[in-house]
Design a protein around this ligand. Structure first.
Ligand code: PRX
Length: 650
C-alpha cells in the first residue's frame, strides 16, 4: 500500500465503540483517569488494597525517597500464587477452567484452577526438594507446554526468582543469561515442537550449563520423547513431581521482594536482566488486564504470546490468573500445520478475546482471507495487538476479517520494563484509529519531549517519556544499578523515564508510536540490539568489522541487515555469507539470523568516524541513496550498493 493511502486511512478512519459494547464495558467513562490524575499515589493504594489479597495490607503507596529506585506498597506482604490460585479455589471457583492447553501435534489438556493449584504446589515442593528457596534464581527454558506457567508459579510460590529464557535462544545466549543471574536450577524439556520439528532443548541446555558453575540441578520435562543424554545433575520433572509433597504453603513475600527477572536487549551486546517485584507488578497486571481486555467471568481469552517474553508473563500467566479468567494456550506457531490453525482454535474453544502481534497478523493476511473465513469466529468480541507498531492496512484487515467489523481493537504499547500496558485504547471508551495506541491507562503520564526534554505541543513528534512512576515499573537491571540509571533515567533528567521509542500526537492529541530511536531492532516483535549482532559477527575469524541495522520488512516489521568487512586473506564468497549468517544464529538464536548480509570494502563513515547508518538503511531497503557528501570516502557506498543489488536481484 502506498504511503499516501496509508496516511489517508490513518486520518480518515475513526472507529467508536459500539453502544452494545459500551453498555457492558468495565470502563466506559474517564472517572478512573480523573481519580488517578488528582492523586495517583492514593489511587494506586486504593486499587492495591481492593484488588490484591494481602497477608499484611500496605499502608504505604509510593516511596520516592530514593528515586529512581522507586518502591511501592513496601510494608505490604503477599504471595502471587495465592492471588492467582488459592483465593479463587477458596471462594468456590476451583472448577473453573484456568487453561485449555493445545499441543502442536493436537493433544489437549484442560486444567481447572483447583488442578493448577495442585500442580503448582507439587512443583513448588519439588523445587524445594532440590534445594531451591527464597531469593534463588531459576532459569526456565521451555516451549509453550503447560509446565512453563506451572514452573513460573512454583517459583513464585516459594519466593524463588524465575528467569524465563525464550526457547529460540541458542546455547551461548542461554549460558550468558544463566551466568549473569547465577541460576541454581534450570528447568527445561527433552525438546520442543516447532513446525513439526523438534528443537533439542536438552542438548542446548547441556551445552550451556557446561559453562555455568552455579547450576546444581537440571529438571527435565518429557515432551518430545526422543533419546537425550543424561547427566548426573539431571532429574525428570515427572519423577520429581511424583515424589514431591502435594502441599506447599505459599511464602509470605514483601511487596518489594523480587518476583522475576527477564532479559531483554539494550544498546550494548550484554542483555539486561529486567527486575520486577511482587506487589506493584501484580497490581499492574491485574488492573491493565481488566481495563484493556474488559475481562468478564464468561470470557475465553487467548493471548498468543510465548512465556519467553514479557507478554507471556503478564498476559498469559499473572494477569489472567489473578483475574480468574479462562485462557487458551497453544504450543505451536500460527502456520503449522496450516495457516488456519488459530481460527480453528478460535472456533473450537469459542474464544472471545484474541491478543496477538502485528507480525502474526501480517503473515495471516498473506496466507489469505479464506483461512479465516473457513471458520466460525463469531464468538470473538475484542481483539488486541502488541509488540510493534501496527500498520493501518493490517489493522483494517484485522478489524474487517477477524473482527467482522464488530470487535474493538486495542493496540497496546508497553515494554518488558513497564511490566504492564501503558498506552492503549480502552474498548468501551476510546474511539480508535488504525495504527494509534490512543493514550495512557489511568495513572500513567506519557510526555513526548524534544532533544532538550521540553514537552512537544499537541500535533508534534519526539521522544516518548513517562513522567510519573507506576507500580509495575522495573526496579533495576539485575546486578547493574548504574546501567539502570544510565539507560532510563539520565537522558532527560533523574525522574523522567526514557522509553527509547519515538512518538507523535495527532491533532486530537491521540498517540502514535514511531518505533525505536536507539540501536534496538524489532524483528517480528523480538528485541535485538545492533551491537549484539555486530559483536557476534566480529567474533568470527573472517570478520574485521561489522555494522548491523534494522531494515523494513513486509511481514516481520524489520529484518536484520548486516554489513561486513572481511579480514585480509578471506574471500567474499557465497559460502562465507551463509556461514556468517549461520554463525550469528548459532550464537544468539535463529530469529537473529541476518536476512541480508553484505560484504563491504569499508563502512561508510563520516569524517569524524561515525558509521552512517542512514545510508546503510537506504541500501538495505533498496532506496535511492541520500546525501553522501559528508562521507570520508563516498566511493565505498557505491561498492556496497553493487553487492546489495546483486543480492536483492538473485
Ligand atoms: O518499541 C516498542 C515496541 O516494543 C518495545 C518493547 O519491546 P519488549 O520489551 O520486547 O516488549 C514487547 C511487548 C510488550 C517498545 O519499546 N512496542 C511494543 N508494543 C508496541 C510497540 N511499538 C508500537 N506499538 C505497540 N503497540
Amino acid at each position: 500500500m502506498s504511503d499516501a493511502i496509508e496516511a489517508h486511512l490513518e486520518e480518515s478512519r475513526r472507529v467508536p465503540p459500539s453502544a452494545s459494547f459500551v453498555a457492558r464495558a468495565r470502563v466506559a467513562d474517564r472517572s478512573l483517569h480523573a481519580e488517578a490524575d488528582a492523586d495517583f499515589a492514593a489511587f494506586w493504594l486504593r486499587q492495591a488494597r481492593e484488588q490484591i489479597t494481602w497477608y499484611r495490607e500496605p499502608t504505604e503507596s509510593l516511596d520516592d525517597s530514593n528515586a529512581p529506585f522507586y518502591r511501592w506498597f513496601a510494608d505490604g506482604s503477599l504471595n502471587l500464587t495465592y492471588n492467582c490460585l488459592d483465593r479463587h479455589v477458596e471462594a468456590g471457583g476451583g472448577d473453573k477452567v484456568a487453561f485449555t492447553w493445545v499441543g502442536e501435534p493436537g493433544d489437549e489438556r484442560v486444567i481447572t484452577y483447583a488442578e493448577l493449584l495442585a500442580d503448582v504446589e507439587r512443583a513448588a515442593s519439588a523445587l524445594q526438594a532440590l534445594g531451591v528457596g527464597k531469593g534463588d534464581r531459576v532459569a526456565i527454558y521451555l516451549g509453550m507446554v503447560m509446565e512453563l506457567p506451572i514452573a513460573m508459579l512454583a517459583c513464585a510460590r516459594i519466593g524463588a526468582i524465575h528467569s524465563v529464557v525464550f526457547g529460540g535462544f541458542a546455547a551461548t545466549a542461554l549460558a550468558d543469561r544463566i551466568q549473569d543471574a547465577t541460576c541454581k536450577l534450570v528447568i527445561t524439556a527433552d525438546g520442543a515442537w516447532r513446525r513439526g520439528q523438534i528443537i533439542p532443548l536438552k542438548d542446548i541446555v547441556d551445552e550451556a550449563v557446561a559453562s555455568c558453575p552455579s547450576v546444581e540441578h537440571v529438571l527435565v520435562v518429557r515432551r518430545t520423547e526422543q533419546e537425550v543424554a543424561w547427566l548426573a545433575h539431571d532429574t525428570w520433572w515427572h519423577e520429581a513431581m511424583a515424589a514431591a509433597d502435594p502441599r506447599c504453603a505459599p511464602e509470605h513475600m514483601d511487596a518489594e521482594d523480587v518476583l522475576f527477572m527477564l532479559y531483554t536487549s539494550g544498546t550494548t551486546a550484554k542483555p539486561k536482566g529486567i527486575v520486577h517485584t511482587s506487589g506493584g507488578y501484580l497490581l499492574g497486571a491485574i488492573m491493565s488486564h481488566q481495563w484493556v481486555f474488559d475481562i468478564r467471568p464468561d470470557d475465553v481469552y487467548w493471548c498468543t504470546a510465548d512465556c519467553g517474553w514479557v507478554t507471556g508473563h503478564t498476559y498469559v500467566v499473572y494477569g489472567p490468573l489473578a483475574n480468574h479468567a479462562t485462557s487458551v494456550i497453544y504450543e505451536g506457531t500460527p502456520e503449522h500445520p496450516s495457516w488456519d490453525r488459530h481460527w480453528q482454535l478460535v472456533e473450537r474453544h469459542k474464544v472471545t478475546i484474541y491478543y496477538t502481534a502485528p507480525t502474526a497478523i501480517r503473515a495471516l493476511i498473506k496466507a489469505g482471507e479464506d483461512a479465516v473465513e473457513r471458520h466460525d469466529g463469531s464468538s470473538l468480541r475484542l481483539l488486541g495487538t502488541v509488540g510493534e507498531p501496527i500498520n493501518p492496512e493490517a489493522w483494517v484487515w484485522y478489524h474487517e476479517h477477524v473482527g467482522r467489523g464488530q470487535c474493538p481493537i486495542v493496540d497496546t504499547w508497553w515494554q518488558t520494563e513497564t511490566g504492564s500496558i501503558v498506552l492503549s485504547p480502552l474498548p468501551g471508551l476510546s474511539t480508535t484509529k488504525p495504527g494509534s495506541a490512543i493514550g495512557p491507562l489511568p495513572g500513567m503520564k506519557p510526555v513526548i519531549v524534544d532533544e532538550q526534554g521540553a514537552e512537544v505541543p499537541v500535533g508534534g513528534g519526539g521522544y516518548l517519556t513517562l513522567q510519573r512512576p507506576w507500580p509495575s515499573m522495573l526496579r533495576t537491571i539485575w546486578g547493574d544499578d548504574q546501567r539502570f540509571i544510565d539507560t532510563y533515567w539520565s537522558r532527560f533528567g533523574p525522574t523522567v523515564y526514557f522509553t527509547g521509542d519515538g512518538a507523535r500526537t495527532d491533532a486530537d492529541g491521540d498517540l502514535w508510536l514511531l518505533g525505536r530511536v536507539d540501536d534496538v531492532i524489532n524483528v517480528a516483535g523480538h528485541r535485538i540490539s545492533t551491537t549484539e549482532i555486530e559483536s557476534a559477527l566480529v567474533g568470527h575469524p573472517a570478520v574485521a568489522e561489522a555494522a548491523a541495522i534494522g531494515a523494513e520488512d513486509e511481514i516481520k516489521g524489520e529484518h536484520i541487515a548486516a554489513f561486513v568487512i572481511l579480514r585480509d586473506g578471506h574471500e567474499a564468497t557465497e559460502e562465507l555469507r551463509q556461514a556468517l549468517a549461520t554463525h550469528v544464529a548459532g550464537l544468539i538464536g535463529k530469529f537473529a539470523r541476518p536476512k541480508l548480509l553484505l560484504f563491504a570494502p569499508d563502512l561508510p563513515k563520516t569524517r569524524s568516524g561515525k558509521i552512517m547508518r542512514r545510508l546503510l538503511k537506504d541500501i538495505a531497503e533498496g532506496r535511492e541513496l541520500g546525501d553522501a557528501t559528508t562521507l570520508r570516502d563516498p566511493a565505498i557506498v557505491q561498492a556496497i550498493k553493487a553487492d546489495a543489488d546483486r543480492q536483492m536481484h538473485r
